[in-house]
Design a protein around this ligand. Structure first.
Ligand code: UDP
Length: 329
């Protein structure tokens, strides 16, 4: 399992996994159309600029590289956009995944790690939410990922040679400790990024979306996981498949959460900046509380998180945001 094809390896999460793969001695080929990713983010191996919709090119790349496994990150990820432009999500996240999986099958590449999301659960009834909970996505983003999960599960049933791991990400944040890579979205919507960019003066104020949720302080609770711990989850998943392990679906989170207000307070403390915050209406489609039951990935794959610390997540993200700002400014 030494050669790994990574789709979306120039993106936020993909690039941290490419870094970790390189450090662990894997040979990596990143396939990325650079629509949201960046060439500079690929710290290990080769980058081929290509689209998953371009099946001929993808086929040639896979045939030349002969990866032992494919890690599939390339996807569209904005919940709000998925509501207004659902077809983009079904094309990118479902149809293009099918393309990739078909190319893999044609060429007998039968190990895959798939980036899924806690959004497949919709509004879970039980918190922390376990992998066996009902799948009931409340937006096209979650639905497009759920459909790919289903496709993988069906293929897994039909073909005993095929093995996959789907990782359901909770709220991924933070950046490389050496500040080489981090989140760089054109349209940042995530809480931690918005808070830090507000501290830098790039936004006038941070809005808290909804203060009347059924939570202790009225704001939504999320399970924030450092991107390097998430990268490590991919490495343990890869080792599991390499050792002949079975297919599986695993939550990636720490098993506890923070409210929006708690994140805002921590961001003010870490930055030392008392940035403006206003209370605003609820954002559509936000579940009040989303926390991972992570016992499966710990027990079955031996995942050991190292950065379960909101201040560390914020510090690495803050260093990164300041670096981005100085580069742009
Ligand atoms: N949020 C907020 N203000 C912002 C961005 C996000 O209050 O500017 C809230 C959002 O409503 C949710 C939580 O922060 O309750 C986490 O949102 P984020 O977009 O970071 O991740 P999501 O959980 O939607 O994937």
């Amino acid at each position: 399992m030494k050669r790994i094809l990574v789709t979306g390896g120039a993106g936020y999460i993909g690039s941290h996994v490419v870094k970790a793969l390189g450090e662990a001695g894997y040979e990596v080929l990143t396939y990325d159309n650079l629509s949201t990713g960046n060439r500079w983010a690929v710290l290990s191996g080769r980058l081929v600029e290509g689209d998953l919709a371009d099946r001929e090119r993808l086929s040639r790349v896979v045939a030349d590289f002969r990866p032992a496994a494919v890690m599939h990150f390339a996807a569209a990820i904005e919940v709000g956009e998925s509501v207004t432009n659902p077809l983009k999500y079904y094309r990118n996240n479902t149809v293009n995944a099918l393309n990739l999986i078909e190319v893999m099958r044609e060429q007998r590449i039968d190990r895959m790690i798939f980036s899924s999301t806690a959004a497949v659960y919709g509004i879970p009834e039980v918190i922390p939410v376990a992998e066996g909970a009902p799948l009931a996505p409340i937006n096209p983003y979650g639905a497009s990922k759920m459909m790919t999960e289903r496709l993988l599960a069906d293929l897994d049933q039909a073909d005993e040679n095929f093995q996959y791991i789907a990782l359901r990400y909770f709220n991924v944040a933070g950046a490389d400790a050496q500040c080489r890579i981090g989140q760089d979205y054109k349209n940042p919507t995530h809480l931690i990024t918005r808070a830090l960019k507000t501290a830098l003066g790039q936004f006038n104020q941070l809005q808290i979306f909804g203060t009347d949720y059924p939570t202790p302080d009225g704001t939504c609770i999320r399970d924030y996981i450092h991107v390097d711990d998430l990268a490590e989850a991919h490495l343990v998943a890869l080792r599991h498949l390499g050792a002949g392990g079975r297919s599986g679906i695993y939550n990636c989170g720490y098993g506890h959460g923070f409210s929006v207000r708690e994140v805002v307070e921590a961001a003010k403390k870490v930055t030392g900046i008392d940035f403006p915050v206003v209370e605003a209406a609820r954002r559509e489609g936000d579940p009040p509380n989303l926390i991972a039951d992570n016992r499966e990935i710990v027990a079955a794959l031996g995942w050991k998180p190292r950065f379960d610390d909101l201040d560390y997540i914020l510090r690495t993200a803050w260093d990164w945001e300041r670096k981005l700002a100085s580069r742009q400014g």
